[in-house]
Design a protein around this ligand. Structure first.
Ligand code: SAH
Length: 348
């Protein structure tokens, strides 16, 4: 288990693991064996690494620890197959992970931070505040532990849980490297989406990696003044700069960008807003995902189904490709950060 004096082995890239093992006198191929036990077979203890000598297993146990997440709560929806986990981290903090079933397989929505600094008005994560970044192992373990708990294979991942992934850039990049390593979990990054509120320089940096993942941008409003009110990040990176970065991403990676748009009654869903949005996105190879806003009890935002359908129709007529996101797990508070916030307020 977690030990400050030991190394978090699940956060090490293949190359880092290899160099530490060589340092302690092991042959180069040992990294391949250990990495496969950790990321392919996903064992939770060094004693399970049965192809290694007992002496080496003990030595690994002295130097490293294999991190774990504890299930604090598991909520299964009675409407659909959505399952939500409230996981407890080694330091006692909580994060949320949501497992959704689609025709094509299981998709996992993972958290990237404990809380969030971005302060979006409609989001429950913002209300509970920011504590710290997640480590690569804590992101990976949301996948490994959920696969174990649900006895299933996760086929796609969205970085859309608690936190802003581009505000924890280095750890997220390390997580993606581990997730897609051909010697480990082997997930193609084509099956991964990363959602951001719009941290412009980091979108450009991400584009340079040409990873093949889908970039989702939480736009939610076509006007700077209104967007700044609901998403404070807009004051630093206004819409024109954000869309320039999205075009840069598209040109560099050849990947279509998705725009998330939470439809909020009386705020961003008028015909005028549809026209302004269509004008902004004109000529881009993109897709708009309309999300009926999930009510958060501290705020007064709501969606009317008719408005979402009308807004989609208007966008389509203006030549913008738009779909409406299915609401999954609405009976289990599957929206971002609601469970963690409730757990914190019960403790207080
Ligand atoms: N920080 C990242 C990812 C986490 S939020 C981002 O901002 O994109 C994941 C998505 O859920 C974002 O599009 C976010 O704006 C949206 N979201 C948050 N709270 C919501 C709510 N109450 N209703 C609908 N969408 C919400």
């Amino acid at each position: 288990m977690f030990d400050l004096n030991k190394i978090d082995i699940l956060s090490l890239t293949y190359e880092e693991l290899e160099s530490i093992l060589i340092e302690i006198g092991e042959p180069k191929f040992r990294a391949k064996q250990v990495f496969s036990w950790l990321h392919e077979k996903q064992v939770t203890s060094f004693s399970d690494m049965t192809t290694l000598s007992l002496k080496l297993r003990e030595c690994l146990n002295e130097k490293f620890y294999i991190n774990r997440l504890q299930v604090e709560r598991r909520l299964a929806s009675s409407i659909d197959d959505t399952v939500k986990y409230l996981y407890k981290l080694s330091d006692g903090n909580y994060i949320e992970t949501v497992c959704m079933s689609y025709n094509h397989g299981r998709s996992l929505c993972i958290s990237t931070q404990v809380g969030c600094k971005m302060g979006c008005q409609f989001c429950a994560s913002a209300i509970a505040g920011f504590i710290r970044n997640l480590t690569p192992s804590e992101m990976l373990l949301q996948v490994y532990e959920t696969q174990r708990n649900e006895n299933c294979k996760i086929s796609s991942i969205v970085l859309m849980g608690i936190g802003e992934p581009l505000d924890n850039f280095d750890n997220v990049m390390r997580f993606l490297k581990l997730l897609s390593d051909s010697r480990g979990m082997q997930m193609s990054l084509r099956h991964v989406s990363l959602s951001t509120c719009g941290i412009v320089p980091k979108i450009k940096e991400l584009a340079e990696y040409k990873l093949g993942l889908t970039l989702s941008v939480s736009l939610h409003c076509p006007y700077d003044e209104e967007r700044s009110k609901i998403m404070p990040v807009n004051k630093k990176y206004p819409i024109s700069e954000l869309l320039d970065a999205c075009r840069f991403y598209e040109e560099h990676t050849g990947r279509r960008v998705t725009f998330e748009y939470a439809v909020i009654e009386n705020l961003n869903s008028t015909s005028k807003a549809a026209q302004a949005l269509a004008k902004l996105l004109k000529g881009m190879n993109c897709h708009v995902n309309l999300i009926p806003v999930n009510p958060v009890k501290e705020r007064n935002y709501r969606t009317i189904k008719k408005t979402v359908i009308q807004f989609q129709k208007e966008l389509e007529q203006l030549g913008i490709n738009a779909t409406i996101r299915r609401t999954l797990g609405s009976d289990i508070e599957a929206a971002c950060g609601q469970l963690r916030r409730d757990a914190l307020s019960k403790k207080a």
